[in-house]
Design a protein around this ligand. Structure first.
Ligand code: HEM
Length: 226
């Protein structure tokens, strides 16, 4: 069993199950007609939400590893990013094909009429080079520039959240309308970006060390009644 978990870590299995089962679920609902009265919008929204969720999970790996020392997360970053790209691609294919029937002049007109779509487009265009160069061969070829290039992910995530929030009917500042979910993503992304700033990272690490120290001391103290 131990060997099996070593070969197929539970986190890896959970990630693949989530990514594929969500797609199967969407396809199943679409084929069986178990979908909202506006099926295309439903598909766009569901694929968009999976794309952004996987993207956020991807950028959460490094800070969570830094805080909790969970190295396994680092090994999952690439697949999470690629799954995010897969959902974003499906999301866009639904938009251009099912929603707009490949009517390119209408698509271009809509993109430029709706600023939140321009933001989504920028996020997607930035995701392409990351997906293409995510493989080891590119890591070797690009050397130090690989890391620099992949830092763009920290721009893509806020753009994706902006695209999400801007597309919703509501007022962020008055906290009215359909803003709760995008707001949750926004708060998570802001926190994940904040813990990348060196002084914040150091403060979080020292807090973690203090908490660990307290726990260890509690564990080694003799019981009062024994
Ligand atoms: C060319 C690029 C993109 C286009 C044309 C596009 C198009 C759209 C459209 C039309 C909607 C609104 C659906 C509706 O409520 O009627 C939408 C929503 C959304 N998109 Fe995109 N999108 C793009 C890129 C992205 C990317 C890169 C992500 C994430 C990584 C993303 C995530 C989302 C999310 C989370 C929603 C909101 C889902 C909801 O309302 O629950 N999109 N997108």
């Amino acid at each position: 069993m131990k060997n099996l978990f070593k070969r197929y870590p539970p986190l890896q299995i959970a990630m693949h199950i989530y990514a594929w089962s969500a797609l199967v679920h969407i396809l199943f609902d679409f084929i069986t007609g178990n979908i909202s009265p506006n099926p295309i919008q439903d598909l766009e929204q569901r694929t968009g939400r999976h794309a952004i969720t996987l993207l956020v999970l991807c950028i959460a790996c490094t800070p969570l590893n830094n805080i909790f020392g969970w190295r396994e997360l680092i090994k999952r970053r690439r697949a999470l990013g690629l799954y995010a790209f897969m959902y974003a691609t499906i999301h866009i294919l639904i938009f251009v094909n099912l929603d707009y029937g490949l009517a390119w002049s209408l698509i271009i007109q809509t993109v430029f009429e709706k600023p939140y779509i321009v933001v989504g487009l920028i996020a997607f265009l930035l995701l392409i080079p990351l997906a293409v160069t995510s493989f080891d061969i590119w890591k070797k070829r690009l050397g130090k520039n690989w890391k620099r290039l992949h830092q763009i992910i920290y721009w893509i995530a806020p753009l994706a959240v902006l695209h999400y929030a801007w597309g919703k009917k509501g007022d962020f500042f008055a906290l009215q309308g359909e803003i709760i979910r995008p707001l949750i993503y926004a708060v998570i992304v802001i926190l994940l970006l904040l813990v990348r700033i060196p002084p914040v990272r150091r403060a979080v690490a020292s807090l973690r060390d203090r908490v660990l120290y307290l726990f260890r001391r509690k564990g080694t103290q003799p019981q009062a009644n024994s």
